[in-house]
Design a protein around this ligand. Structure first.
Ligand SMILES: C[S@@+](CC[C@H](N)C(=O)[O-])C[C@H]1O[C@@H](n2cnc3c(N)ncnc32)[C@H](O)[C@@H]1O
Length: 264
């Protein structure tokens, strides 16, 4: 993230100024604290607490997330034949049709593992906004982005149910490994549609319990224990359609599904 400043009197980094221009009031008026490096639009409001999101708020998990937690846990969920992390990164780029100059929302960006890659693809004219509710994930995201001075990248802290962005702000929205954690996931789909430009793309990686029998039973039991929502493939298609999307592709891997859709 280029140009982080050291006290509140200095100018905001250019990427934060550009992200702020996408925000609705009152979020647009929130003060940027250069000590954190991200724009916090929910402030001291309590982070959502359920078993699925508690881990996401622990600094230890944020520190090991990108290298160990995410590849390890999603390998179990995707199954041995499911896509690798590098295949996931490539699929996200492809489903979102990311190109130089685009404005991209990485919704529930965690430590910015996808955001940084998108930012390199849209730079220097485009902008990626990494958006997440967890302070510790965003601390990590800011730290990682500073390592390679990733350009065109801003991080914003907020809640997924009501996005603080103006309508038609983004060319594409990525939401990987997160929709099933949101309190109202289908309201978030409507919000994604609202903030996308017409013809904009969304890419989702989420849970999948379409298989019957024991697999579905254990996935549902895991969902109840973890607080994660378990979606079916036809349910995701129906909800996306209801939100105004046309499905481009939908691929299942183990207990996951990856979907690309376009706003029509
Ligand atoms: C498993 S991580 C996904 C990170 C990244 N997208 C990836 O695919 O590796 C899920 C993220 O969703 C965020 N999250 C969960 N519920 C949220 C909510 N209601 N609002 C905003 N962020 C939320 C968590 O803080 C966490 O960083």
């Amino acid at each position: 993230m280029a140009g982080a400043t050291s006290n509140k009197t200095k100018a905001e980094p250019d990427s934060i100024v550009r992200a702020r221009a996408l925000l609705k009031s009152p979020a647009a008026k929130r003060e940027f604290d250069p000590k954190t490096g991200f724009l916090d639009v929910i402030g001291d409001r309590k982070e959502p607490v359920n078993p699925a999101t508690i881990a996401m708020q622990l600094p230890l998990v944020s520190a090991i997330y990108e290298r160990w937690w995410r590849p390890g846990l999603t390998r179990i969920a995707k199954g041995l034949n499911g896509p690798s992390m590098s295949a996931e990164y490539a699929s996200a780029h492809q489903l979102l049709k990311i190109k130089r100059g685009d404005t991209v929302l990485d919704l529930a960006c965690g430590p910015g593992n996808f955001s940084r890659r998108f930012a390199r693809a849209v730079a220097p004219d485009g902008l990626v906004v990494g958006y997440d509710g967890s302070k510790s994930m965003l601390d990590r995201a800011v730290h990682e982005a500073a390592q390679d001075e990733t350009p065109s990248l801003a991080f914003v802290r907020g809640e997924a149910t009501a996005l603080p962005f103006k309508a038609k702000s983004f060319d594409s929205v990525c939401c990987f490994a997160a929709l099933h954690m949101f309190p109202k996931p289908f309201e978030t789909l409507a919000e994604i549609a609202r903030v996308l430009k017409p013809g904009g793309h969304v890419a989702l990686l989420t849970t999948n319990v379409s298989a019957g029998g024991l697999t579905a039973f254990s996935a549902n039991a895991f969902g109840v224990a973890s607080g994660m929502k378990m979606f079916k493939e036809d349910q995701m298609r129906a909800e996306l359609k209801k939100a105004g999307f046309k499905i481009d592709s939908q691929e299942a891997a183990g207990a996951t599904q990856m979907i690309g859709a376009v706003l029509v």
